[in-house]
Write a protein that binds this ligand. Structure first.
Ligand code: ADP
Ligand code: MG
Length: 361
């Protein structure tokens, strides 16, 4: 990655009503050529960020740079940014060809160049055969491909997408995710993609910025986001997670001990490096918990409330003595044959310290 970012948000804040900020102190660098997703629940400020980058909204305070140029007051059509929305927004009275030609006409390209570029954009999304169709004569997935081609036709450096697959059914959505990822890899254009769907973000992105309440909670590679969440919100929003509450009872550099509500003392990673005595939460993924035949170190007793067989693995829902719920995903082959998985049975659950992340508020 280059060291000079393509886009820089510098202390950007946005308020629509002059009272509450829906984007707060946003500092974000977007690197040339990356696929960055803005992931977060509804209302967390993702679309507002994208709209400010596109030029349809302006920051209340702070600055946005594109290629080192301050673009705070540059109108959308002068930013040379491609955009794709959830509701395709193709012109219904124009054929596919005319839809794709439109952004080129606006940019005053001569007719001869327009034809070649339209053909190339249709090739990119493998829709050459649909040039003469009208939007209403195509499926949702086909329309969305055309919308993508229209965002690419004028060869922008940056393409912004806001939940572009939201209206498609699950199977087509997953297929299009892989297509978008492949297209990104072949074009080398920078993609910024808004979604509330964590699996979509994980599938496609180089990096993900997790938003909550107008604030980026964490920005990192997909792998780091899943394996090393920086706070309970990220741990819970990305992937399945267990969160057990207790008190930080001992710290030792990067490691610590948390005393859980049932008195169990568990070693884990001291993520926030806080002093002892604070209320804390231990976060661990269901697949990292080991079901042991007998109690050993770093174990917590828990009683099975529900067992679900899923072929290759089994999902166990358990409760601790103090009624905290723990979900476990275990390979069937890893379970000892004499371990009872019947509801009501007590298990020893080992929480390996390297995967037990302890957060303090
Ligand atoms: P997201 O895309 O993450 O769902 P948005 O950026 O759309 O979030 O919205 C963030 C907050 O800003 C929400 O509380 C929303 O109601 C508010 N909001 C969004 N657009 C407008 C607008 N044009 N006028 C007033 N409030 C808005
Ligand atoms: Mg939105």
């Amino acid at each position: 990655m280059s060291t000079r970012p393509l886009v820089r948000f510098e202390q950007v804040q946005k308020s629509y009503d002059g009272e509450t900020f829906v984007v707060k102190d946003l500092n974000l660098d977007i690197q040339q050529g990356e696929f960055l997703s803005l992931l977060g629940p509804s209302g967390s400020g993702k679309t507002t960020c994208l709209m400010m980058l596109a030029g349809f909204e302006y920051p209340t305070t702070g600055n946005i740079y594109l290629d080192q140029q301050n673009i705070n007051r540059v109108p959308p059509h002068q930013r040379n940014i491609g955009m794709v929305f959830q509701n395709y927004a193709l012109f219904p009275h124009m054929t596919v060809e005319k839809n794709l030609e439109y952004p080129l006409k606006v940019r005053r390209l001569p007719a001869s160049e327009r034809k070649a570029k339209v053909r190339k954009a249709l090739e990119m999304v493998q829709m050459e055969a649909f040039a003469k169709r009208y939007p209403a004569q195509m499926s949702g997935g086909q329309q969305q491909r055309i919308a993508l081609a229209r965002a690419l036709v004028f060869e922008p450096k940056l393409v912004l997408m806001d939940e572009p697959l939201g209206a498609l059914d699950k199977q087509l959505r997953e297929h299009m995710q892989l297509e978008l990822k492949a297209l990104h890899q072949s074009l080398g254009i920078t993609f910024v993609y808004v979604t509330h769907d964590q699996s979509e973000a994980l599938t496609m992105s180089d990096r993900v910025a997790v938003f909550n309440d107008g604030i980026i909670q964490q920005i990192s590679s997909v792998n780091t986001l899943y394996e090393a969440p920086q706070n309970p919100f990220v741990a819970n929003f990305v992937g399945d997670n267990n969160l057990l509450t207790g008190t930080l009872s001992h710290t030792d550099g990067d490691m610590c001990q948390i005393t859980l509500g049932d008195g169990s003392v568990i070693h884990g990673l001291n993520v926030n490096h806080t002093a002892t005595g604070h209320a804390a939460a231990l976060s661990i993924r269901p697949e990292r918990i080991q079901v042991m035949a007998a109690p050993t170190h770093n174990c917590i007793p828990a009683q099975i409330t529900n067992t679900v067989y899923l072929g290759d693995h089994v999902r166990l829902i358990c409760k601790t003595h103090d009624q905290q719920e723990i979900s476990i995903k275990q390979q069937v082959s890893q379970l000892s044959a004499d371990t009872s998985l019947a509801p009501g049975a007590w298990l020893s659950l080992q929480l390996p310290p390297a995967f037990a992340r302890v957060f303090t508020a």
